[in-house]
Design a protein around this ligand. Sequence first.
Ligand code: ADP
Length: 633
Amino acid sequence: MTVATKETLGFQAEVKQLLQLMIHSLYSNKEIFLRELISNASDASDKLRFEGMTHPDWYGDDTELSIKVGFDKPTRTVTISDNGIGMSRDEVISNLGTIAKSGTKEFFSKLSGDQQKDAALIGQFGVGFYSAFIVADRITVETRRADLSPAEGVRWESDGSGEFTVESIIRPERGTAITLHLREGEDDFLSSYQLKSIIRKYSDHISLPILMRKEEWDEEKKEQIVKDEFESVNQASALWSRSKSEITEEQYDEFYKHLSHDFEKPLTYSHNRVEGRSEFTQLLFVPAHAPFDLWDRNKRGGIKLYVKRVFIMEDAEQLMPTYLRFVTGVIDSVDLPLNVSREILQESRDVKIIRESSTKRVLSMLEELANSEDEAKKEKYQIFWKEFGQVLKEGVGEDQINQERLLKLLRFSSTRTDQIEQTVSLADYILRLKEGQDKIYYVTGETFNAAKNSPHLEIFRKKGVEVLLLSDRVDEWMLSFVHEFDGKQLVSVAKGGLDLDSLADESEKKEHEETEKQFKELLDRMKVALADKAKDVRVTFRLTDSPACLVADENELSGNLLRMLKAAGQQAPDSKPILEINPEHPLLLKLKYDDSQFDEWSNILFDQALLAEGGHLSDPAGFVKRINQLLLK
Ligand code: ADP
């Protein structure tokens, strides 16, 4: 195929949008462009190291990997170059002309136009290469892929306004050089001192040397003279291989940002060397917010695997269970072979050990926040829970071994406060058990309000018994794996056969028996009237304000779960609910003594109860008609 030597192409629409937004919203933090470009250069070198294991010839005689940062005052340029993997012409066009991230469209639709809010969001999204346009009004990239010949070099150039050019060049060196033509007023970056301090601040953890030319003070000319030799600005040793005591909080934070492409600090981290059956180092971070693609199973990030400091692969999902997919970090193993593949990882005994150990580490990190007396840590746990609680709940079903620990980390809304914020732990709940109460009660609903206003709660509210309010999609699924906590059974208040006797006193119990007798005949008639809809009709004492409610038979799926299954297109068993009526409600008393239109009333009671729990009527028009008829009376 022949390629035009020089062609002009347009950026993908999202890139144009990103460029405009970014230049304005990140201006106050403009120096981060250097971190982003160094981070890319470091990734490119990692890739070459990895490929170089099978293609040693790609190195040629240029075997020392490094990143160089330089500047030139006369042309007002700053250049960042690496001798990493480089890019082919096609790669340049797609990498520097489009955004390949999944969820980009959704991301842009979230931007508000409010600069401060958008700046934080753009940070989460990761701006990468394009951030260089904050300080540059023209960028030139020259690159050659390690496996291509010098004649296959490429020059990319753009002023960031909508188009870029690509042309073929001869480039003897492998790798990439990025030259920023600084905007008016950005001359501060044309200083060795300035560049070095930015590199030390953001990029000290980079494991390759970041080189800059040495400078010397010239007494006669009274200025710094740039020399030919290079010196390393950073420590150039893998951060995780250093001892904890030598690493500052800021260095951990910056390392996290490099790994995760996140602008914000992590919530917490854990750094350990593990020796024993398997030898490895783990440095794990819990982010402070969910990435915009948390629900995307192909999301990037996660755990980077190294073997003896050599980068092996990104997002090694075998090293962390799926329910901890929000954790970012590095695992560096001594025992795994360098040529390890994803297939080998799946079977490796060492990987199993690493995974178990890492899982326990993450749980310990979370426990430390959750159980702390320190307000700041407690607050961090609340942030964690809000962002990742739903994902952690998946673990209750997936990870039997750690289930007990996970249950302690769960937080719920409850009738104690009726707040949507989930702050109540199962242990808190148990501390507040009422006398005679030996169960943990919960109600599920499609939304928080549906759960909070459920008629099933009436008797519990009256008696002052706390009930957990569950409305996350994963709750029903999770609950199918948990039956008790700390010896206390977990019981849905929407299940039939709810034994409320332990909450009632003797005289109440007598009264109940009496009432049940009195309503026997009514119940029999209602059963006939509702034969198609209800499996049974019973008297209940759980209601105070509502005339009736639906419950599921003890061994059957709850109405909420059935609706979720159907909504998800799954086969759901066709089970009929039980209608429970409140014998003290005026509607029921009316029905007992005046039975004109008995069938209509029975149907309305049933349909109302279904609506109240968020269900869908099978014949809504019929319901409206019945109501209207009765209203007219
Ligand atoms: P990200 O780094 O988040 O993927 P960027 O916009 O920073 O996004 O970069 C896009 C892509 O361009 C990178 O994923 C990489 O493939 C390529 N790239 C950027 N800089 C370099 C470089 N110095 N050497 C080789 N490839 C690079």
